[in-house]
Structure formats: C-alpha cells, structure tokens
Ligand binder design. Structure first.
Ligand code: DQA
Length: 161
C-alpha cells in the first residue's frame, strides 16, 4: 500500500481465447491449474506488493481491445496471455502499441517447442518482455517483474531521491 491506503500500482491481467478452459484444456501443455486459481494467486501476490490486479478473460478480440483501451484510464501496466491471437492479431498488437503501457506477454506452454506457427508472436515487438513455458508460474514471474520495472521507473522519475 502507498500512503493513505492507496495501492501503488494497478495492473490489468488479460487472458485471451480458450483460457477459460484452463485445468481441462490440453493439460500436457497448459497444466491442471484453473484460471480462477491463477487469478487468485495473482491477486494475492499483488496485495502483498501493495498493488491491485483486475482480471479479464475473453474469447473475443474486440473485448480484449476495448479492455486495453480502457486501461489507459486507470492501469499502470498489463500482463497478457493473448492465446492464439498472439500469432496473428495485428489489431491486438496495435492496441498495445497505442496505449503504451508497460506490458508483459505470458504463455503457459513453451511456444517455441511446439508447432511452427506458435513461434511467431506479432505481440512480442510491442511489449516490454515475454515469459513462456513456465506454466502458471510464468504469470507470477511476469507480475513480479512488471512491478519491479514500475518501481524502477518511478524512482527514476524522482519518486525516491
Ligand atoms: C498459449 C499458447 C498459444 O499458442 C495458444 O494458442 C494458447 C495458449 C499459452 O499460454 O501457452 O491459447 O498462449
């Protein structure tokens, strides 16, 4: 918590298409942990770090884009698993580029060790960094790194002298 009980950072956590089925869906790639458990862990971690996480899962590209636009008004950063949109959604990429918030791309599976089409991310060039292949722990790593980067940036801006 910051001064006066306010949260230090607000993070938008976005899960793209088919990630609502986590736990059930191809567990060899995506593990057994359900989306609600990942969200709960992220909210807990954020709370411990004086931050707040708001989550959204959608199977629709437009809803994801709207949420990214809306984040301009309230968020300090974004953690996003774009699902299959990773590989071809220029619209999602343009939305992330437009809002210019620090963002970390997460993939549960090691996309580089799977089909050829998964090796391409059209999102990667417009995010701060990417985590892949670490399962649900990748989200935790992404949030931890993002909060650290935001804190560095605030210090650099004179938040701490
Ligand atoms: C994924 C990888 C994508 O290729 C796939 O389409 C997904 C999930 C991952 O988390 O590993 O839906 O983003």
């Amino acid at each position: 918590m910051g001064e006066g009980g306010t949260v230090a950072y607000r993070i938008l956590l976005i899960h793209g298409p088919n990630l609502n089925l986590l736990g059930d869906r191809e567990p060899a790639y995506y593990g057994n942990v359900k989306l609600e458990e990942i969200n709960a862990r992220m909210e807990r971690l954020a709370g411990e770090r004086g931050a707040e996480v708001r989550t959204l899962q959608s199977n629709s590209e437009g809803a994801l884009i709207d949420a990214i636009h809306d984040a301009r008004l309230w968020a300090d950063g974004i953690v996003i698993n774009p699902g299959a949109y990773t590989h071809y959604s220029y619209a999602l990429r343009d939305a992330l580029a437009a809002v210019r918030l620090p963002a970390v791309e997460v993939h549960l599976s090691n996309v580089h060790a799977r089909e050829e089409f998964r090796r391409i991310s059209v999102i990667a060039p417009v995010v701060t960094g990417t985590v892949a292949g670490l399962g649900w722990r990748g989200y935790v790593a992404a949030l931890d790194a993002l909060l650290g980067l935001l804190a560095d940036r605030r210090e650099g801006e004179g938040g701490q002298s």
